[in-house]
Design a protein around this ligand. Structure first.
Ligand code: ADP
Ligand code: ASP
Ligand code: MG
Length: 408
């Protein structure tokens, strides 16, 4: 059972988490509980590291030492509350399990989990309460797994103990056709395929961290998303993530996903000769900048090209610094960064054998005078880059155009 930040935001909420855990035990389950920090706490801790470091220090071990502390507080508090109610429980920090990761501080990858500690807890009849989001390197430094990472630790623990299920409790009762905070008539999906969930997460839907979905898919972990904000047994609604074959009806479009944290960098007047793009993207990769959409357009004379790509807003400063360093080698004449862009994606497994989906998407946006700056597609996704001020309008219009609010 994993409980997110809003589910553990106060001691009262953690008491409700305890009731969910006790109910699961009554149903006969042995439970590993994986917790996030209280809502807002990780942001606060990140802010402190930026003040101390006069900037972004998220790739250092000491950043991880600071930001991992929020989860230890909630894990300890839940164990205290459970024991007060006569339920044997013990709290674990990531390193006490241990959950071993590589040393990519700020976004470490899981290497191994020793599940013996959980087996010992189970033998003693204890609930194991683990701080999410954190691990430890082989040489003993604390790491964190990237924002939203307790989804990933939860799925990893479920895989390690061969759990019947991994229940992700959050502040919504499942995965919706779009963010219910933007579109009030968004509809909860009873089931969604791993493939669609993976695209949704990677295109920016918060609910689950992308890596947690990939991990669940690879290890066959059954994942459910449900709400912790009700009492146990009160409301059984949830979304189950399943194999594509287990969905009877292949929806053409299942969800609309907005992502505001996008930016676009354009390089103008790049010499149109073989190998230039390789230099540009190798430099960006060295600077650990993740690139999303890429568009290259050739000037009519054929001498120079313009190249633009999108990236996360938070990476813009780093990308500009890297490109400035390589300016002579790349040979561009001008560089422009635009942070005022959003990405809106539509996702659905049925889209690869249906025609006209892109046309309908572009017409819907065109009818509202929303200008599309970039387009990218995969088999089950179409994404467009648009000016940020149109994000909500675009999401509502697309949700409507593909009739996602209607029960089918
Ligand atoms: P937690 O703190 O529990 O990890 P998150 O904030 O990471 O929770 O994720 C839950 C939030 O994700 C919801 O409050 C909701 O606003 C947002 N969200 C975005 N897109 C969707 C969607 N398609 N379905 C459900 N929730 C979504
Ligand atoms: N507390 C961490 C974060 O805010 C991890 C998580 O909540 O999943 O990113
Ligand atoms: Mg989350």
């Amino acid at each position: 059972m994993k409980f997110g930040g809003t589910s553990v935001a106060t001691v009262e909420r953690i008491e409700r988490v305890a009731r969910h855990v006790i109910a699961a035990r009554k149903d006969g389950y042995k439970v590993v509980v994986n917790l996030s920090a209280m809502a807002g706490e990780t942001d606060r801790l990140v802010g402190l590291t930026e003040m101390a470091g006069r900037g972004d220090v998220s790739r250092t071990a000491d950043y991880d030492a600071v930001v991992s502390t929020g989860e230890q507080v909630t894990a300890g508090l839940l164990a205290i509350i459970l024991r007060r109610q006569g339920i044997p429980a013990r709290s674990f920090a990531g390193w006490q399990v241990p959950l071993v990761t590589d040393d990519t501080h700020g976004s470490a990858e899981i290497i191994d989990i020793d599940a013996t500690a959980f087996e010992t807890s189970f033998e003693r009849g204890e609930v194991a309460v683990v701080a999410g989001f954190q691990g430890v390197t082989a040489d003993g430094r604390v790491t964190t797994l990237g924002r939203g990472g307790s989804d990933t630790t939860a799925v990893a623990f479920a895989a390690a103990i061969n759990a019947a299920r991994c229940d992700i409790y959050t502040d919504v009762d499942g995965v919706y056709t779009t963010d219910p905070r933007i579109v009030p008539d968004a509809r909860r999906l009873d089931r969604i395929s791993f493939e669609e969930m993976l695209e949704m997460a990677s295109q920016g839907a918060k609910v689950l961290q992308t890596r947690s979905v990939g991990l669940a898919m690879n290890h066959g972990v059954q994942v459910r998303v449900l709400s912790s904000l009700c009492e146990p047994g009160e409301k059984a609604a949830c979304t189950i993530i399943v194999d594509e074959d287990d969905i009877m009806e292949r929806r053409v479009v299942s969800a609309v996903v907005p992502s505001r944290a996008e930016a676009k960098i354009s390089l103008l007047g790049v010499p149109n000769i073989p190998g230039r793009s390789a230099i540009i993207f190798a430099a960006l990769a060295d600077g650990k900048v993740n690139i999303d959409m890429i568009v290259q357009s050739q000037a009519r004379t054929g001498e120079a090209a313009n190249l633009s790509f999108t990236l996360k807003e938070g990476d813009v400063a780093r990308a500009l610094a890297v490109l400035a360093e390589y300016k002579d080698e790349i040979g561009f004449s001008d560089i422009v960064a635009d942070q005022n862009v959003s990405k809106v994606s539509i996702i659905g497994v049925g889209m690869n054998d249906h025609s006209g989906v892109a046309a309908k998407m572009f017409k819907t946006l065109g009818d509202r005078s929303i200008n599309i700056q970039n387009i990218s597609t995969s088999e089950i996704k179409i994404s467009v880059l648009i000016p940020s001020e149109y994000t909500e309008l675009a999401v509502r219009a697309l949700h409507d155009a593909f009739s996602l609010g209607e029960v089918r």
